[in-house]
Design a protein. Structure first.
Length: 290
């Protein structure tokens, strides 16, 4: 399925410790020679969905046999309940691709409380299971790999929630962040995006194309975030009514220079199928061949 073309024109829960403090209190991490070392990228890095802005998923890294366990991290503590509610042993969850830059790793960690259905898979008492995410939180955890040991640096708690318009047997949408040149872009509530500092995991800016300060939960980010070589940001969002029917679908672009622009899919694809039939396309990320 073809993606969308482009041109080249967040709530924080942080360990306030610096790299030096982390080194004293936990496993050692490498010191950066300069501040710029934190932002350098090489061809083996996976900075967003599909590897980079083209989503061609190519890498210069040589594959390795899976012989050694480097580290273990639980990123979804609710798997057993999600499988039970998914029916027929299915895990109806889309997990994001971990992001890497040199020795840095950024990956999902769910937390909070899962509300199971009773009996499992029944969808009752509604809302339950994947339809009830009020008490679940989607976080990004930053790790540093030093000599084969992962040390946790900080945790960022987003206010993002998945769009739940398609019933209890629908897949949970992906919570896919993206690494820009100097910041981490994280999906948020109300169609907004949090810009997070890479060193300390603190929010430095909130990108809010709909001007609601994240308070209008009728808007939902429904695609991975895409960042091109110039740090321009692209993603898809929808607006739904009280019955969770899609009333608007837009392609959003935030320029690295601070500008923002969005265009409705009604204008991009006149005569397209009804929204429920087009949702598979809306969930695809934008991509850029810059």
């Amino acid at each position: 399925m073809t993606g969308l073309g482009c041109s080249t024109e967040a709530v924080s829960k942080s360990h306030d410790s610096t790299a030096e403090a982390i080194e004293e209190s936990g496993p050692p991490i490498a010191r950066y020679d300069t501040e710029e070392d934190l932002f350098r990228t090489d061809c083996a890095d996976r900075t967003q969905f599909g590897g980079d802005a083209t989503h061609e998923n190519r890498t210069c890294a040589a594959s390795q046999e899976l012989r050694t366990r480097i580290s273990t991290a639980v990123y979804d503590p609710f798997v057993a309940q999600e499988v039970a509610d998914g029916g027929r042993g299915g895990l109806l969850v889309h997990y994001p691709m971990p992001l890497t830059r040199r020795d840095q790793l950024f990956m999902l960690r769910k937390s909070g409380t899962y509300v199971p259905c009773d009996p499992p898979g029944s969808g009752q008492p509604a809302p339950c299971g994947v339809q009830n995410n009020e008490h679940i939180h989607w976080n990004l955890v930053a790790y540093h790999n030093h000599r084969g040991r992962l040390s946790e640096r900080w945790t960022y708690a987003s206010d993002w929630k998945p769009f739940t318009a398609f019933g209890s047997k629908a897949f949970e949408q992906v919570f896919q962040a993206a690494l820009g040149r100097r910041a981490l872009f994280v999906p948020g509530l109300g169609g907004a995006v949090h810009v997070v500092d890479l060193k300390h995991g603190r929010e430095v800016r909130r990108l809010d194309p709909f001007g609601t300060n994240g308070l209008d939960a009728s808007y939902h980010i429904v695609s991975p975030l895409t960042v091109d070589a110039e740090d321009n940001l692209y993603y898809n969002a929808v607006q739904a009514d009280a019955q969770n029917r899609i009333t608007r679908a837009v392609l959003v672009r935030f320029g690295a220079n601070g500008s923002d622009r969005m265009v409705d899919y009604d204008a991009l694809t006149p005569g397209a199928p009804a929204p429920i039939a087009a949702i598979a396309s809306l969930a695809m990320p934008a991509f850029c061949r810059s």
